[in-house]
Design a protein around this ligand. Structure first.
Ligand SMILES: C=CC1=C(C)c2cc3[nH]c(cc4nc(cc5[nH]c(cc1n2)c(C)c5CCC(=O)O)C(CCC(=O)O)=C4C)c(C)c3C=C
Ligand SMILES: [Fe+2]
Ligand SMILES: [Fe+2]
Length: 323
C-alpha cells in the first residue's frame, strides 16, 4: 500500500542554521573560514575576477592573523562561542520538540548545510524546516542560507524567512533586557547594536535596516521606553564603502563626550554571542566608550540558549512544521 499520510513531525527535521565560525582560533583556520564566507557572492558583490586576487593576496594574509588573535580572546573550552551556543540552542529546542528531530548547521564551515541535509535524508527524513538564526531578513545572510538549501537539493525544505516581529521572540528579547536591569541596574541610555551592511545593499532593496528598526521599536515598546532612552546603531563595518549609520563605536564615543556616563548595549540581531558581540562590543567598543569619558558600559548578552529563546524558536518552528 502506498504511503498517503500527510507529513508528520516525525518525518520532518528542524534545522537551525547559523553563519558559521572557524574550527580553531588560528590564522590557518580563520583563513579557511573567511575565504569561504567572503567568496559568497551574496556577501561581497565585486566581480570574482577582481575580488579573488584581492581577497587571497591582500585581505586574507593580513586579516587572518589579526582576527585569529581576536578569536583566541573569546574562545571557550568547547569551541568558538558561536558554535557552542548554537549547539546548545539546538539541544534546547530539541528538548521542547521531542517528536521532531532538531539539528543545527552552519552556512560557512562545519557542520555544512548540504552535509547535514544529506545525512537527514539518509536517515529517512522526508522534509526539513530550516530556521536561519537571523531575526531580520537580509540578502547577505538569510538569502544565502536559502541558496545553500536549494543547491543541496537533498530534501524538500521550507526556509523561515524572518522573525523580527515574532511575539515570542520580541518578549524574550525585552524580558532579557529587563532581567539584566533588575540584576545590575540600568544605564542612562540603551544602545541597540546590529551588524551593519553596505548602504548600497539597502539602497538595492534589502529590507534588513527597516526590520532592525521595527524590532527595536517593538522591544522598546514592550519595555515602555521613550525615544530618548535608546538608540539604534550598526557595527562591524567591513571594507571601505559606506555602511549603515550611525556606527555603534562612534555613537558610543559621542555619547560619552556629551556626558552620558552609563550605557547598556544589546545586540538583538545576533541569536547567539559571537566574535562580533563578545570581542567587538563587550571589549573593543567598551574600551572606546571609557576612553571617551564614559564610566559604566554594560553588555547585555544575546539570548543564546536561554529557556525563553528556545521556547520562542520551538513555537516558530512548529508553526512552520504544521503549515
Ligand atoms: C547578524 C547578521 C549578519 C549580517 C547581516 C552580516 C553581514 C555581513 N558580514 C560581513 C563580514 C563579516 N562578518 C563577520 C562575522 C560575523 N558576521 C555575523 C553576522 C552577520 N553578518 C556574525 C554572527 C559574525 C561572527 C562570526 C563568529 O565566528 O563569531 C566577519 C568575520 C570576522 C572578521 O573578519 O571581522 C566578517 C569579515 C559582511 C561583508 C556582511 C554584509 C555584506
Ligand atoms: Fe587583543
Ligand atoms: Fe558579518
Amino acid at each position: 500500500m502506498s504511503d498517503v499520510r500527510p507529513p508528520s513531525a516525525a518525518d520532518t527535521a528542524i534545522v537551525l542554521v547559523n553563519l558559521g565560525t572557524p574550527d580553531a582560533p588560528t590564522p590557518v583556520a580563520v583563513r579557511r573560514y573567511l575565504s569561504q564566507f567572503l567568496m559568497d557572492p551574496r556577501v561581497v558583490q565585486i566581480p570574482r575576477v577582481m575580488w579573488w586576487p584581492l581577497l587571497h593576496f591582500v585581505i586574507l594574509p593580513l586579516r587572518s592573523r589579526r582576527v585569529a588573535h581576536k578569536y583566541a580572546e573569546i574562545w571557550m573550552a568547547d569551541g568558538s562561542p558561536l558554535a557552542v551556543f548554537t549547539r546548545r540552542l539546538a539541544a534546547a529546542v530539541q528538548a521542547r520538540l521531542p517528536e521532531s528531530r532538531v539539528v543545527h548547521a552552519m552556512r560557512y564551515g562545519q557542520p555544512a548545510v548540504d552535509e547535514v541535509l544529506a545525512a537527514l535524508q539518509r536517515d529517512g527524513v522526508k522534509r526539513a524546516v530550516v530556521l536561519p538564526l537571523y531575526p531580520q531578513y537580509s540578502t547577505t545572510t538569510t538569502a544565502s542560507v536559502d541558496d545553500a538549501v536549494r543547491q543541496s537539493g537533498a530534501l524538500p525544505a521550507h526556509v523561515i524567512r524572518e522573525y523580527h516581529l515574532d511575539a515570542g521572540w520580541l518578549q524574550a528579547a525585552a524580558d532579557s533586557i529587563q532581567a539584566h536591569w533588575d540584576a545590575n541596574g540600568r544605564g542612562d541610555r540603551l544602545v541597540f547594536s546590529f551588524h551593519g551592511l553596505p548602504q548600497r545593499v539597502v539602497d538595492n532593496g534589502d529590507p534588513y535596516a527597516v526590520q532592525c528598526a521595527a524590532s527595536v521599536a517593538a522591544i522598546a515598546g514592550l519595555l515602555g521606553l521613550h525615544e530618548n532612552d535608546y538608540v539604534l546603531t550598526f557595527q562591524s563595518r567591513f571594507g571601505k564603502e559606506r555602511w549603515l549609520e550611525p556606527a555603534t563605536i562612534t555613537t558610543l564615543e559621542s555619547l560619552a563626550r556629551s556626558g552620558v556616563r552609563r550605557v547598556d548595549v544589546v545586540c538583538p540581531g545576533f541569536a547567539v554571542d559571537c566574535l562580533e558581540t563578545l570581542e567587538e562590543i563587550a571589549q573593543t567598543n567598551a574600551d572606546a566608550f571609557r576612553a571617551a569619558g564614559g564610566q559604566r558600559f554594560q553588555y547585555i548578552p544575546c539570548l543564546n540558549d536561554a529557556p525563553a529563546h528556545a521556547d520562542a524558536l520551538a513555537v516558530l518552528a512548529s508553526k512552520a512544521l504544521r503549515a
